[in-house]
Design a protein around this ligand. Structure first.
Ligand code: PEP
Ligand code: MG
Length: 762
């Protein structure tokens, strides 16, 4: 056989793609392109028929065909699930049949003349989570299509879906496919992280960040300078309005968040760089972007999440500038929003959230976002459900899609089906009923049925947390995480700022106690303005009191602030991450120096001063008798205690939930701590997440913990459980389960059964 020289025969699929690419680039209208498309496919795949069906509502409409009767185009319609095409669309799965008319789903459409064709290959047109239609090829000869052919058609379908969407976007301007409204169909569940609690149901609204600078070079540099000056003044005014309280729906605490904005807006350096860029000949928009890019480049070098969160505040400010330059109004609450809106964005700044009409904004879903971001704090304050870190969500959602935002579990459901919607409605109803019930019991003392009084305290850390004290009727603040103020600030908080915050917390509590924890930095808590110390295991590294003891300046400064704020008041403070009794003694010695200093300066002493310890290392549990001699109270940091007890990183999703806090071994340890503290008459509290879950909370009570400190969302449900709990009965039930020779992993099921029997709502 003679071998012909020259190029190998080209791969037909590559050839087809090449031709499709040319078609994509053409200026033709959409209908013409679809007509071309089917011809190309039919000839490249050597089939008798190639057809495109697009979804319009619940129907599939034949929009282009090569091989079927042309008169059927835009006439033949199939319901979803009807015929083979309807089946492909409904199940979003391809169908490859050698003898189509024999298939039970085959529906004969005489106007198309398709009865003559035997083999059938239909693939769904999918884009993101949307099912836009079906691409079909058919042949007279009865045969199954090969894997290569199927692959080919799938690739083509992907491109075709792109064209269909392009048409949709073009609206009626281009050669629009008459009457076709592509309907998103497939429900999608997007996993993310729950940043702000709440359940929201509404319609997707895609947040539009301001467009980037179109024109880089200013035509009239002098005029541009004036423009820039005006924009700067405008920006400052809008930020001032936010800080000074003209933003009606924002409480005072949240307004303080905007103090950091004001710092930026008035930052000479920032403003000067903007001016310089304009003087150099850039348009104002280009100048904003240049300065923003410089900032980004610098700040993104830092790897930690808090810095990223702060970076976003700056982005927010830059976006505001661009909007001002574009002539938009920046009055808070004025940004247009459809009713019941769920806003989707890559990220949002706190000011951007406030720009939206609060009465219409139900929930937010972000591709990014962070637990400590200002936007997160604002959402929590305003009760807007927020799910963040929902990767890829913007590729899957379309404006107007129905959405459920689950701020409890950290999920967004796009285009949910009826079952999901009903479940969600039920949960919303339960939440409403519960919050009404919690409200009704707000002023009740949390007393068990067998007469034990339990203190339900709040975990707090920022001004925004304080109003919750009264809303939920907490008995005080059991854990004030002072490091939060340091983490959300742009620079180290000054003495005055620290004093102010502590004083506000003391005032907000009134007669109720507030327990300040000294700085618990290091580990996952990193300051944006301090160089991070690289460590292999930061959670068990140089953190909390260890830093305080090695470099006492910052700790002393903080204790100074606490003493000033606590002058004449009841001051309670505690040290975190203590591993040995001697560390606690050293910390108290540092404190003594500050007390002596305050005395010398004539600062009035606190009315009562109590110094406690956080018990969050297993080592300290085995020194509990000794520590009780030195500490006025003990607070069990169950989050850390459990991570060290089980050697399971609390921030690593792979292991964080691997071990149950209700493991008999963990409960034995906790029971031991409670018992020893009681023996020494030292008040003991459990703070940390477990205290805020009703099931865990009642176990802690049964083990002998009379004080529980928890996130705000825990107080209502825990109080409900406490009110119907017989603690002695649960104690009796639990005790035999905690033996060290049990091989059970958890007592959870036993406690659940107990609750069911006893009617304890958990
Ligand atoms: C804890 O460890 O349980 C605790 C309350 O402290 P944090 O969560 O701030 O480490
Ligand atoms: Mg801790």
């Amino acid at each position: 056989m003679k071998i012909r020289p020259g190029p190998l025969k080209s791969d037909p699929s590559a050839n087809l793609l090449k031709r499709i690419r040319a078609l994509m680039a053409s200026e033709e209208g959409v209908q013409e392109r679809l007509d071309h498309f089917v011809k190309l496919i039919a000839s490249a795949m050597k089939v008798n028929v190639a057809s495109i069906y697009l979804r319009s509502g619940n129907d599939l409409e034949l929009c282009a065909t090569k091989g079927l009767k042309q008169s059927a185009v835009h006439k033949t319609k199939l319901a979803l699930g009807e015929g083979l095409v309807g089946r492909v669309a409904q199940r979003a799965r391809l169908l490859n049949l050698a003898n189509a008319p024999k298939h039970p789903n085959f529906a004969f459409k005489p106007e198309t003349g398709e009865a003559r064709f035997h083999s059938f290959l239909g693939v769904p047109l999918l884009r993101g989570g949307r099912n836009l239609g079906v691409l079909v090829v058919q042949s007279k000869r009865a045969r199954s299509f090969t894997d290569a052919e199927v692959e080919n058609l799938l690739t083509v379908a992907m491109i075709l879906a792109e064209i269909a969407v392009e048409d949709e976007r073009a609206g009626g301007r281009k050669a629009h496919l008459k009457g076709i409204h592509l309907t998103p169909t497939l429900p999608e569940t997007i996993p993310g992280t729950a940043f702000a609690d709440g359940l929201a149901k509404g319609w997707a609204y895609l947040h539009q960040p301001p467009v980037l600078a179109q024109q880089m070079i200013a035509l009239d540099p002098r005029q541009e300078e004036t423009r820039m000056e005006r924009a700067i003044t405008n920006l400052r005014q809008s930020v001032d309005a936010m800080v000074s309280g003209e933003t009606a729906h924002l409480d005072r605490a949240s307004k303080e968040i905007f103090e950091s904005y004001r710092l930026f807006a008035y930052d000479r350096n920032w403003v000067e760089r903007l001016r310089e860029a304009v003087r150099a000949g850039l348009t104002s928009e280009a100048a904003v972007e240049r300065v923003r890019n410089e900032h980004r480049a610098r700040m993104l070098k830092a790897r930690d999440p808090y810095l990223r969160a702060r970076l976003h505040d700056l982005e927010d400010l830059a976006n505001r500038m661009l909007r001002i330059l574009g002539g938009e109004s920046l009055d808070p609450g004025q940004r247009e929003l459809p009713e019941e809106a769920i806003v989707f964005a890559r990220n949002l700044g706190p000011a951007e959230i406030l720009d939206y009409d609060r009465s219409r904004l139900k929930g937010i879903v972000l591709e990014e976002g962070a637990a400590t971001a200002h936007a997160t704090i604002i959402c929590r304050t305003l009760g807007i459900a927020l799910v963040g870190q929902a990767e890829g969500v913007l590729d899957r959602v379309e404006a107007g899609d129905m959405v459920l935002v689950d701020g409890e579990k950290g999920k967004a459901y796009i285009r949910p089906d009826q079952t999901l919607r009903s479940d969600f409605d039920l949960r919303i109803g339960i939440r409403r009923a519960l919050s009404k019930a919690f409200e009704a019991q707000r002023d009740l003392q949390a007393r068990t049925k067998d007469g034990k009084d339990i203190k339900l305290l709040l975990n707090a850390g920022l001004l925004v947390d304080l109003p919750a004290l009264d809303t939920v009727g907490a008995d005080g603040i059991g854990l004030f995480r002072t490091e939060f103020q340091f983490m959300v600030a742009e620079s180290m908080p000054r003495l005055r700022e620290q004093v102010e915050l502590y004083k506000k917390a003391i005032d907000a509590c009134g007669e109720r106690p507030v327990t300040f924890r000294t700085l618990d930095l290091g580990g996952d808590k990193i300051l944006p303005y301090a160089d991070p110390v690289p460590e292999d295991n930061p959670a068990i590294g140089w953190r909390a009191i260890r830093i305080g003891l090695d470099r006492p300046a910052m700790l002393r400064y903080q204790i100074r602030a606490l003493l000033i704020a606590g002058a004449g008041a009841h001051l309670r403070l505690m040290f975190p991450m203590v591993a040995t009794v001697s560390e606690f003694i050293q910390a108290k010695a540092i404190m003594a120096k500050e007390i002596a200093r305050a005395k010398k300066l004539g600062t009035p002493p606190p009315k009562k001063l109590e110094v406690g310890v956080m018990l969050e290392t297993p080592a300290l549990a085995w020194q509990v008798d000794a520590i009780c001699k030195h500490a006025d109270f003990v607070s069990v940091g169950a989050n850390d205690l459990m991570q060290f007890f089980f050697a399971a990183d609390r921030d690593n999703p792979r292991v964080a939930n691997r071990y149950d806090g209700l493991h008999p071994a963990a409960l034995s340890l906790l029971a031991f701590i409670a018992k020893r503290c009681k023996a020494h008459n030292v008040p003991v509290t459990v703070c940390g997440e477990m205290a805020g879950h009703p099931l865990e909370a009642i176990c802690l009570i049964a083990l002998g913990f009379p004080n529980l400190s928890m996130p705000v969302t825990g107080i209502g449900p825990v109080k409900s459980a406490v009110l119907s709990l017989d603690a002695s009965k649960l104690h009796k039930m639990l005790t035999p389960l905690l033996s060290s020779d049990t091989d059970a992993d958890s007592v959870r099921e036993n406690v659940k059964a107990f609750c069911e029997q006893e009617g304890v709502p958990v």
